[in-house]
Design a protein around this ligand. Sequence first.
Ligand code: FAD
Length: 588
Amino acid sequence: MQEIVGECLARRLLEWGVDTIFGLPGDGINGLMEGFRRHQERLRFVLVHHEEAAAFMATGYAKATGRLGVCAATSGPGAIHLLNGLYDAKLDHVPVLAITGMQETSVLGSNYQQEVHTTHLYQDVAAYNLMVTNPQQMPGVLDIAIRNALTKRTVAHLTFPNDLQVAAVTQDPYRHVSPGEPPKSSPVVSLPAVPAAQPDLQRAAEVLNAGSKVAMLVGIGARGARAEVLAVAEALGSPIVKTLPGKMVVPDDHPLTTGGLGLLGTRPSEELMEECDTLLMVGTSYPYAKYLPSPGQARVVQIDVDPSLMGMRLPVDAAVTADARLALQQLLPLLQTRTDRSFLGKYQRERDTWLADMARLRDPERHPIAPQYLMGCVDEAAADDAILTCDSGTIATWSARHWTIRGGREYYLSGNLATMAPGLPYAIAIQHAHPGRQVIAFVGDGGFAMLMAEFLTAVRHELPIKVIINNNNSYGQILWEQIILGYPEYAVRHRQPEADFGAWARACGAFGAKVTDPKALPDAIRQALAHPGPALVDCDVNPNEPPMPGKVHYEQAKHFTEAFLRGQPKKMATLASVARDKINELRP
Ligand code: FAD
C-alpha cells in the first residue's frame, strides 16, 4: 500500500519523538486521521470535546515536558477554536505544532462551506504558517515547521487540503524541498543550551560585585537552574524574588526567597525591589515594570536565551545572552562572596512576618469557607512531587500564596495570555505525560464551566487527575477589579441556583463531592487525592474574599473606599471579609 500524506505526517512526527496528539476529528481532516490511525500503536490520539482544550493540552504538555506539543483540528470552526490555546503557547514561549484541515483545492476560492483561510487567520500566532499543496513538499515542510516551533519556542501551523491528505507521497525529482534525514535525537527538546560569552560575563560580574544591595528576579527560563540560582544568591547575599510562572524555580520554603512580585506577590518582595541598588534578572520577561526598580535606581544584569527580549522592561547595564544554567555556572567563579548580609537579613525577617500573616488567613473556622483555607488544605495533603495547574482569576492569587513549592512540586498557569479555562486541559495533558504523578487542577467555577466537558475526557482516558473547584459562583477577579477601579460591581455574580459540580462528576462516573462546611473539607480533599481514578471536589468558598495585593497603594485604597461608599450591593459581607484581611491598610 502506498504511503499517503496523512500517513507520512504521522510517521515523521514519530521520528521527531512525538507520541501524543490532542485533537478532534472532522470531515476536514479525515485523510489525516486515517494516517494517524495507521500508526495508532505508537501515536496516541487524545480525543477531546472542544478544540480549544486540545490546544491548551498541547501547550500544557509542552510546558511540563519541554517537548513539542501537537494538536489537530478540522477545517473552519475546528481551526478557529484552536486559536486561544495557540496564543497561550505563543505568549508563554513554548513549542506547539497545530495541524488543521482545508477544503479541497478544487473548490478553494468559491466561497465553499467551511472555507476559512486558516493561513490568514493564523498569521499573527504562527511563526511558520503554510498550506501544503503538493505531496512532494512532505515531509520536508513538516521538518521546517517543527524546527521553527522548537528553535523559536512558539507556534507553527500546517494546513492540509482534503484531497492532498490522501494523495500518495512521491519523491520530487528535483528535491527542492529536501526530505532530509530523520532527526537524530528523539525526543527532541526545544533548544540546545547556549553558553555565555566571556566579555558579557565579565561585565555582569563587575556590575554585581559593585552593588551593595543586590536582588535577584528569576523567571520560568531559570527552571532548570535551581542549584545555580541558589549558589549565586548565596554568594551575592541576595534575596530571590520569583515571577509567578517562575514559582517552581526555587522552593517556597527556602530561606533565600521572599516569594513572588506584583499584585499576587508578597510585601517583602515589593519593598526590596524599591530598595535594591542592583538587580540580576534571570530567565524572565516580567511584564509589570512598576514593580521593578525605578529608572536610575538600580543597575541591571539580565540573563536570557533570547536577545530580542533583552532590556524589554528596564534598561540593562550588562546583558548575557545564554542558557540560564550555563551562564550562572560560568558567572559564579567571577563573583566576590559578600560578607555583609544585612540586606538579605532584613527581608528574611520581613518574609517570616509575611508568612505568618498568610498562615492566619488559612483559618478553618471561617464560614463560608475561606479560599485560602481551601488552597491550604490541598497544599497540606498533596504529594511532595504533585503538579498543580491553575486558571486565571482569584485562584491564581490563592495558589500563588498558599501552594507551596517544595521537593519536586510543579506549578503551571497561562502566564502571559492570562486566559480562563486552561487548568483542566493542562492537567489532562500533564497526566498523560507523567502517568505516575499526582496532578491537581485548581480552578474556579467560571473557568471550569467553560470547558467542563473535558472532565469526561479524563474519565474516558482513565486519568486519575484531581480537580478542585474554588466555587464563588461569580467572576471573582473581575468583581475586585471593578471595585478597585472605583465602579460598583456589575454583572459578575451568577444567579442561583449554584451549580453542583460534585454531582456532575459522579454522573460522569468519577469521584465527586460538594463541600460547604469547612469541617468537612480536609476529609473531602484527602478522599479525592487518595481516590485511584479521576476525582473532583466542588467547594463553596466565600465570594466576598478579596485577593489583596501584597502592599496596598493609596489609589487602590481610595477607589475601593469610594466604590464602597457609592453602594456595593454586598457591602456588609465584603466589609467583613476585608476587615478580616487588611482593613487597616485600606484607610487612605
Ligand atoms: P516568561 O514571560 O515566559 O519569560 C521567560 C523568559 O525566560 C523569556 O524571556 C525567555 O526567553 C527566557 N528563557 C527561556 N528559557 C531560558 C533558558 N533556558 N535560559 C535563559 N532564559 C530562558 N506574574 C507575576 O510575576 N506576578 C503577578 O502578580 C502576576 N499576576 C498574574 C495574575 C494572573 C491572573 C495571571 C493569569 C498571571 C499573572 N502573572 C503574574 C503572570 C504574568 O502575566 C507573566 O506571565 C509572568 O510574570 C512572566 O513570567 P516569566 O518572566 O517567568 O515568564
